[in-house]
Design a binder for this molecule. Sequence first.
Ligand code: DLL
Length: 433
Amino acid sequence: MSFIPYDLNDDKLKKIQREGLKWTVGHAYNNSPFYKKKLDHANIRPEDIRSLEDIEHLPLTDKNDLQQEYPFPLRAAPFEDIVRIHASSGTTGKRKVLCYTQKDIDVWADIFARCYELAGLTRKDRVQIAVGYGLWTAGVGFQAGCERFGAMAVPIGPANAEMHCEMMVDMQTTVFCSTASMALLMAEEIHKRNLLSSIKVNKIILGAERHSPSMRTRIKELMGVEHIFDIYGLTELYGPGTGLDCRHHNGIHYWADHFIFEILDPETLKPVPCGQQGELVVTTLSKVGSPLIRYRTHDVTRLFNQKCSCGVPFPMHDRILGRTDDMFIYRAVNIYPSQIDHVLSKVDGIGSEFQIHLKQRESGRDMMLIKVERAANTDTVNDMHLAEQLETEIRRKILVRCRVEILDHGDLPRTQRKSQRVFDHRNNSTSEA
Ligand code: DLL
């Protein structure tokens, strides 16, 4: 049995999207006071949406809308039909709470099962789930998808490394699912404990945060796995499982029969040509509890128009390259942490972990300190040279001066959740930029 509809073609997909878009706008207009107000304000009635191109007339929705409409923003179904809520913490303000009907939960499990199928799992696989359960969508998403797919879930959550190692050996886990940070933590732990010959993990599925190629390489080396799959998702759009890269790793296939992905220029909010990077904006096609109409994810990526040789009839987007809102301004230059990461990952002799600290000198001038780990099993003799090399590269590529401090491998904290990369100590605030 396949969860991926291999007989889908472009015409069929377009038809599903057109019908789904019309349904969503009508459903939202008739059942959600929030959307009715928004659409009325934009002078749009559901019957105005006739083709896929009409999506551009629809107003955008943003995280502020969700926070202002707390506690049940976007709700478009009666409470007796809502069977669950999930929430994700906004960095500022109230949590974003999303409502799920039973149909939403079922669709989510089905599309998540497609992710496991695309990653090449079989029902004999044993899937160790190391992401959080509870209000966060992560744990329950991975688990429901696993059960729907028919593999065996080992639902541990973000427990300590000791317990994960023990269960990995005893259960003979074959697939490990976590955030990118947790995968690194576990890979290093397995290496430290010399457990490689006692474990059977052959695939890792990771997501929830941006991670660099060097981080993936390090995890692969230490865990001895052939494939690491990148899974994308966000609470507002069911949770994890909206797409995954196949074994060719050319991009993330996303389930375009359940949502439309657009890429907009974050400044002009106009669509960019296919292949150009911009902000991902999502519209759901069948979500009942909390439908999304042109919801701004603030994630930066691009859409690809080439087909993948894996034969999956779904389009692809690039890995998430960063977030429009994690940009910080340093000495009048706009910088994304991913730009720093990109420069670091081109230099030999350093590890994948880094932190960016922004401070203000007494003179009032900003300064940036980048803490980066030396590669594993390398010695300190090159530290000064490495730091100078990195400072020069950053000045050349990002056009700012900074100071680089080289730390021992393993000195930066490892987390089971998402790693914080930017520490802004200016104006006495330590915040994640
Ligand atoms: O992080 C859902 C998830 C859990 C996805 C586990 C994958 C694995 P939120 O907490 O709502 O939901 O955060 C969503 O995380 O907008 C991205 O900025 C980031 N993100 C999620 N997946 C990836 C990924 C979950 N594969 C936010 N690569 C999103 C890069 C990702 N960033």
